[in-house]
Write a protein that binds this ligand. Structure first.
Ligand code: PGA
Length: 266
């Protein structure tokens, strides 16, 4: 796992966006796994800027989102379909036919989940998966105690996640407790995982993920077993890391050929 600590969220978003830019310029038909929530908003803003000002072309890119609520309309202000349109898709040139987001209204959810996995396989797998991390160490909507080998499926949210996400719903409006999410095993098959983590509120989860034991109580910790995971964070999110000085030393002294990414992405 490569840990990159940056002085601010903005600086971290620039680093993360450059990794994606590098991938898309080298592999224009890249398959990107995308995330929602508060964390990736700044990254998407930077990608939009690169598209507008530097001609970053997404016309051959395919995307798969991690998750979606069950039972709310794609037009609902808190739906991840709408989030993705507003925060990225309406502002870059990814063809609509190349965009995949779990359908939380599918009449047969298990069948839809199998279909989603098949679509990822047909696309050739995910080249780079963007991830946030929950306060409890969840990735996607894979809550604590999720199977570390799980596939795309329906999950029930914890009270903590429901409370954390209430801010995206109208006051008093119930947050759905069922979601469809890529599994931990699905995420682990991505060629590269690019995680962002911001703020002191994520410091415990980041510590458990990077330096704790691998355990289902912190699903993100299984990324220690992933061959190429890059975690870009701000100082407050890094504040509990015991080896922070070492991670900084590694990043500052990378050989030129490793500057963006330690392994070839394509
Ligand atoms: P956040 O959520 O980006 O809104 O903090 C992260 C997550 O729950 O994965």
């Amino acid at each position: 796992m490569e840990v990159i600590i940056q002085p601010s969220q903005d600086a971290a978003n620039v680093v993360a966006a450059r990794i994606i830019e590098d991938l898309v310029r080298r592999k224009p038909a890249a398959v990107l796994g995308l995330a929602t929530g508060g964390t990736p908003v700044g990254l998407y803003k930077e990608l939009i800027r690169l598209h507008r000002e530097n001609g970053l072309d997404f016309s051959r890119v395919t995307t798969f989102n991690l998750d979606e609520y069950v039972g709310i309309s794609p037009e609902h202000p808190a739906s991840y379909h709408r989030f993705m349109r507003e925060n990225l898709f309406d502002h870059v040139n990814i063809p609509a036919a190349n965009i995949n987001i779990p359908d939380g209204n599918a009449p047969d959810i298990p069948r839809f989940c199998a279909y989603y996995e098949e679509q990822i396989r047909r696309a050739g797998g995910i080249d780079l998966q963007v991830l946030g991390i929950g306060h409890d160490g969840h990735i996607g909507f894979n809550e604590s105690t999720s199977s570390l080998a799980s596939r795309t499926r329906i999950k029930t949210l914890t009270t903590e996640t429901i409370e954390a996400n209430q801010r995206f719903f109208a006051p008093g409006e119930p947050v759905p407790y069922h979601v469809v999410t890529m599994g931990v095993g699905t995420i682990m098959e991505s060629h590269t995982c690019l995680m962002l983590a911001f703020g002191a509120g994520k410091a415990h989860a980041v510590e458990a993920m990077v330096e704790g034991p691998i355990m289902a109580m912190c699903p993100a910790s299984v990324l220690q077993m992933h061959r190429q995971t890059i975690v870009v964070m701000d100082e407050p999110a890094a504040s509990r890391l015991k080896k922070a000085a070492y991670y900084r030393h590694i990043y500052e002294n990378k050989p030129d050929y490793q500057k963006l990414c330690p392994f070839p992405l394509v």
